[in-house]
Design a protein around this ligand. Sequence first.
Ligand code: ATP
Ligand code: MG
Length: 412
Amino acid sequence: MSKNTPQAIRGTQDIFGADAEAFAFVVETFERVRKLYRFRRAEMPVFEKTEVFARSIGETTDIVSKEMYSFEDRGGESLTLRPEFTAGIARAYLTNGWQQHAPLKLATDGPLFRYERPQKGRYRQFHQIDAEIIGAAEPQADVELLAMADQIIRELGITDVTLHLNTLGDADSREAWRAALVEHFRAVKGELSEDSQERLEKNPLRILDSKDRRDQRFVDDAPKIDQFLSDDAKAFFESVTSGLDAAGVKWTRAESLVRGLDYYRHTAFEFIPDEGSETANKLGSQSTILGGGRYDGLMESLGGPATPAVGWAAGIERLAMLVSDCDVPVADVIVVVENDAAMASALAALRKVREAGLAAELAASGSPRKRFDKAVRSGARAIVAFDERDGGPTSRIKADDETSAILENLLG
Ligand code: ATP
Ligand code: MG
């Protein structure tokens, strides 16, 4: 590499090899399972007007205040590379009149951008799978969404991960809780981390989210939401938890769990590896793999009508780190061209084999010996060699019995 070859941007990744296979496995599993739950696919723009995120996520959040990639385009408009999916989806719901499809179950995936300190499991361009149910007020929607998340994680073969669940109550419960938290933390303000001192005035719920040790002991004895829940909010949460039990989704109550975003109401949740488990070790210090909740307040902040909705997002890279080795898959069949006269027969065979759903590769370069070596070394289930001399094309099949039978049948 020459000294003047440009380097990749810090916090971006060039994903290749086993990592890329694991990444694809996560997306394929998501695609398969979302169809089982009848979520519809959406493709969303990678950038939006900055105000879409500023107004919906909230100016006081880390995302909006520190992490957004915002820039002016050539027309002088402030645009932002999406740091999450939900705000853009909410914008689209309003601007496209998707109300007509409510309740709308949507699934998407793709890259997101946040200006963060890059480390293992944390990047500046990362990727998420995302699922939302918009226009559904019933706790059944929360249950369905969580059951899907749970099934995806299980089908990825990821173990030792638990759903941590909390409620933030309705707007009134949340407001009363917020006031009690401010009072509680104000009494010990000087002992809190600098970040939390700042959060105290702007976004006190976020102190509960703090990973700073100085804040931890005050978080443990902070007032809990349960004291402030209205009867409605309590009943809603009970329906969610009993629904999860009925659907066989294991969960644990996490009274300090809040989501960093302002628009959350009622259900808030994260899937977190169990402490001390191998899964937790693999993830290192990045503990959460999937997070979400109910965001009944979001559409109004974008000027739309009150619209109940619930959703989640999971980091594809973090899920991919947890799936067991996804090596580049071995071919089912290698077609070896023994001499160049046999090329046409080989290509015709290759087409038939692939159309029958077998993964096949051609070995047609280098000496005949090299071609065979490559085929044998590949570990493929079958090798079909084509030769063509005076008597016309001949083929030899070397395979296990089952594959031989399939190939004889295909190639005659
Ligand atoms: P964290 O506490 O790790 O910063 P978050 O609360 O900011 O997470 P969300 O906004 O809820 O994360 O995003 C959902 C998921 O997306 C996370 O659980 C994680 O798996 C993934 N994720 C978020 N930020 C990043 C990042 N910078 N790099 C890789 N994955 C990320
Ligand atoms: Mg974050």
